[in-house]
Design a protein. Structure first.
Length: 341
């Protein structure tokens, strides 16, 4: 018997994330937090992972990410959830070294062997990243949940934070937008299998380029684009660096299927939650553009801030690594805010 995992969950992938506003309410003010001198990156800048300085030379990077099924195939679910979690390590300019699994399973509804297939998909993704899936923890839960806690390492001088962007920097995005649209279409049984396959391949692609970005001093800031959509993660980057941003909508990479699912009104609930939280902070050329700007991504691309004088060198570097990218915008003085034109 085939089990369609997306039919057993109320949400899908990073679209399950709490909205940025709710998350801020939960985290609350940090006035009562203890101070740890070796903690180089905590949750105060909403970065992708925590970083601890070991010895002044090497830092340990730690992250966790998990969600409910975004695809029906259990092996793909495990792989996508794993690639998504490992991406947080790459987004810090770091190299992953180990992962452990987080599994919640409705054992009364879906057999244990299906969960085994989820783990097998995770092992394949970890193997591609060159790390062991070294253990984990499981619970009996009402819906399927899977993800990883991942540990990485990075030279202290090579850490890429989301707060180091500078006015004038050029912005790049390494994967197309539209994952939320096609996975919502899948929930509504409107998705074309070829479109789902295209999205699947993107979500299973590791953001390995991130660990090489750590070696480039003129790459100032990096973050990965996931459940808060491009707009949410861009705002985090701008807030961290005290800048604004100008984004050229027509340059945003999008899957070819995006117009089809916009026409079918396959807009994720997460898009509306995202826009309700931060839409007042982004000026749009056309109101409907929020459906792309706030579309929640799962295992999305890296948003990269690069010194403008190094545009040619950066684009050549990306081509050498098999990636074709285009400038999508630039960082501007904070007083100009964030605009999508």
């Amino acid at each position: 018997m085939q089990y369609k995992l997306t039919e057993y969950s109320h949400g899908a992938g990073c679209g399950c994330k709490l909205s940025p506003g709710v998350l801020s309410d939960i985290l609350g003010p940090s006035t009562h937090l203890a101070t740890f001198p070796n903690l180089l990156v905590g949750n105060e800048t909403k970065d992708d992972a925590a970083v601890v300085d070991l010895d002044g030379t090497t830092a340990i990077v730690s992250t966790t990410d998990f969600f409910m099924p975004i695809v029906d195939d259990p092996s793909d679910f495990g792989g996508i959830a794993s690639v998504n979690a490992i991406s947080d390590i790459y987004a810090m300019g770091a190299t992953p070294i180990m992962a452990i699994a987080i599994l919640g399973w409705p054992i009364d509804k879906i057999p244990a062997e299906v969960a085994g297939q989820v783990l097998e998909g995770a092992r394949k993704a970890c193997l591609e990243a060159g790390i062991p899936l070294a253990g984990g923890h499981s619970i009996d839960s009402p819906e399927p949940i899977f993800g990883l806690a991942v540990t990485g390492k990075v030279p202290v001088a090579h850490i890429k934070k989301n707060m180091d962007g500078q006015v004038g920097d050029l912005l790049y995005l390494t994967k197309p937008l539209g994952i939320g649209l096609v996975t919502t279409a899948q929930k509504k049984k409107l998705a074309d299998p070829a479109d789902l396959a295209q999205a699947r391949n993107s979500m299973l692609t590791l953001n390995k380029i991130g660990q090489k970005l750590g070696d480039l001093p003129w790459v100032h800031a990096v973050t990965d684009v996931t459940g808060f959509g491009l707009g949410g993660h861009l705002l985090e980057l701008c807030d961290g660096g005290n800048t604004g941003a100008l984004i050229h909508f027509d340059r945003l990479p999008r899957f070819d299927f995006v117009p089809k699912y916009l026409e079918l009104n396959c807009i994720p609930g997460g898009t509306h939650r995202n826009w309700k939280t931060y839409g007042h902070r982004i000026r749009l050329r056309e109101v409907e553009h929020f459906k792309i700007v706030a579309d929640p991504q799962t295992s999305g691309g890296l948003l990269i801030s690069v010194a403008p004088a190094k545009q040619e060198a950066f684009e050549a570097f990306m081509r050498e690594n098999g990636m074709q990218v285009e400038v999508i915008g630039e960082l501007v003085v904070r007083e100009k805010g964030v605009s999508v034109v």
